[in-house]
Design a binder for this molecule. Sequence first.
Ligand code: SF4
Ligand code: SF4
Length: 200
Amino acid sequence: MHSIDLSAISDAAIQACESIAQEAGVNLKDCYQCGKCSAGCPLSDGMDLMPREVIRYLQLGMIDQVLEAKTPWICAQCVVCSSRCPQSVDICSVMRAVRLASKHAGKRPVPEADIFDDEFIANVKAHGVSNEQYLAAAYNLKSGHLMQDMGNATRMLKRKMVGVAMHNTEGRRDVAALIDRALEADAARRAAAEAKDGEA
Ligand code: SF4
Ligand code: SF4
């Protein structure tokens, strides 16, 4: 166990943690560190911080440890943690908010997850639906993992589970407009939060 010098934590760091909590719609004080969220998380084996620890660091204002953690980028947003929390802390939303904050801070501790996110959104925006075969190809190219899942791809092609045909939905322009609105709303919310932080 290592000691933490709480006096070294700045007001700005505490405010940044509070902003993440507000974005996620949670009150950090509600968490009493029971650990039920960590115990139920199906991906905890691959995480560098347990979900409980992410909340604890946020409570303490330790923003750097949170933004540099791999955990929010590994989180699959399955909502098990939020549903198990006896205090109704929506940890799943916290993970999402941390991930956005980490991305905006230029951290990206798991770059592959960031690449996949961007490619998935671009794929759905272009076609109205995800074309997995092209999503996988774009991800492999951008991530540099050129041969990733090629064995599976060959088997899926043989069994006609995927094909080379591109699928486009009729409402793809509406889907693209929806995605644009969501991205604009996120940018506006973030700009407002940064302006507020600047005034503080
Ligand atoms: S389950 Fe809820 S109260 Fe318990 S550690 Fe996790 S967030 Fe905190
Ligand atoms: S939402 Fe994320 S942190 Fe919560 S249980 Fe699922 S994978 Fe784990």
